[in-house]
Ligand binder design. Sequence first.
Ligand code: TGC
Ligand code: FAD
Length: 390
Amino acid sequence: QDTFQAPDYYNIDDLLTEEHRMIRQAARDWVKRDVSPIIEEAAQKAEFPKSIIKGLSEIGAFGPYIPEEYGGAGLDQISYGLIMQEIERGDSGVRSTASVQSSLVMFPIYAYGTEEQRKKFLPKLASGEFMGSFGLTEPDHGSNPSGMTTSFVDKGDHYLLNGAKMWISNSPFCDVAVVWAKNEEGRIHGLIVERGMEGFSTPETHNKWSLRASATGELIFQDVKVPKENLLPGKSGLGAPLSCLDSARYGIAWGAIGAAMDCYDTALRYAKERIQFGKPIAGYQLQQKKLAEMITEITKAQLLALRLGQLKNEDKATTAQISMAKRNNVDMAINIAREARQILGGMGITGEYSIMRHMMNLESVITYEGTHDIHLLITGLDITGISAFK
Ligand code: TGC
Ligand code: FAD
């Protein structure tokens, strides 16, 4: 049974609006009802639970901040963050599906697409009728996407696309993929590739020990004819995909708090009930140190995310500020998962509790959307003015 109680040590709820709290509650109730009961089995079987797609759409997780005229929920950035937090409290893989759909597929179509593309794709993506994926990473270009080799050439009435993307969330079942590729001049553009186009395949990546309830795969393009109207005309260059990452990374900064809250809540509850040497283990200083540090770190992360949300709402958040929050909050969550796992002793390694699943999931979250190292280097560049990437 899902008995989760959300920690709010600094009364941060007082800083939210009534609407924020209602949106969060709807997402929280849905996670308790529709995600928690099935997610362990889905992760054990390494299957994405397609049954949750409708619910994700209903709680506004597909395009929370996309205007309602395109099927989005038309919410502010703090609402978006709160929804991601609640979903990741359930599972990082489910949040991945929502992040990709919203920030990496709907956002570029909304921000850089034509009116026809918006009308054709956004309402179906918002309802979950279409599922999307985002192809930036390649086998030889992960942290350094500017080196990508996937390319397209102009064939008059269409583009011919060749190349391969790797580690792509949602790829095995996606209906559309926003793919980043270079033209003849080496300039990066976004193309909407649709399932069924000849030469386009999406093999699944198996044997993951992390994000097992999320489907990951490749996007392979062998002489794929992409209609010219499927090019996103609004922005080109690496800045186009990087701006999508800003939005997704912001959501992850909130999402990671959800995973951490679940681990903390589970560990606190267990520590108060588990008796060793005649008293609850919560009464021993070593366990109190772990729990006290957890709630301190969660509280700091909550404040960081909320302030970043305010800046996002004012359109003032910088890429470097987003990097700091993604890096800090995911690191916070993975450390809490590891400590919480120890508090549960042997029980912590079983699927009876969510902690080990969160811990393994967070190993992907700390790597994707820019690794822990890359985000540190983004901060380093921002404060010194000197790039240490190259
Ligand atoms: P750099 O020279 O810094 O920038 C290239 C051009 O882009 C501009 N730019 C941005 N524009 C808009 N928004 C941003 N956030 C921008 N950041 C940079 C920049 O001004 C420049 O413009 P111009 O006109 O001068 O060309 O690029 P670089 O090659 O040095 O690379 C910088 C670096 C390393 C930080 C970047 O490439 C990076 O972030 N690497 C990490 C890659 C990454 O995060 N991949 C994620 C793939 S998607 C994913 O993981 C999804 S997981 C599923 C889920 O979300 O759940
Ligand atoms: P590399 O770039 O090879 O990095 C390896 C190590 O080297 C890392 O520790 C890194 O920090 C370090 N490193 C690299 N460059 C530097 C440097 N300049 N200085 C210091 N250290 C450095 N991508 C997508 O496009 N779409 C998706 O939907 C998507 N989903 C994903 C889902 C999962 C489950 C996973 C695991 C990944 C996903 N990714 C996706 C890919 C993800 O974004 C990349 O894995 C990530 O960007 C890192 O790239 P890489 O794995 O090639 O590692």
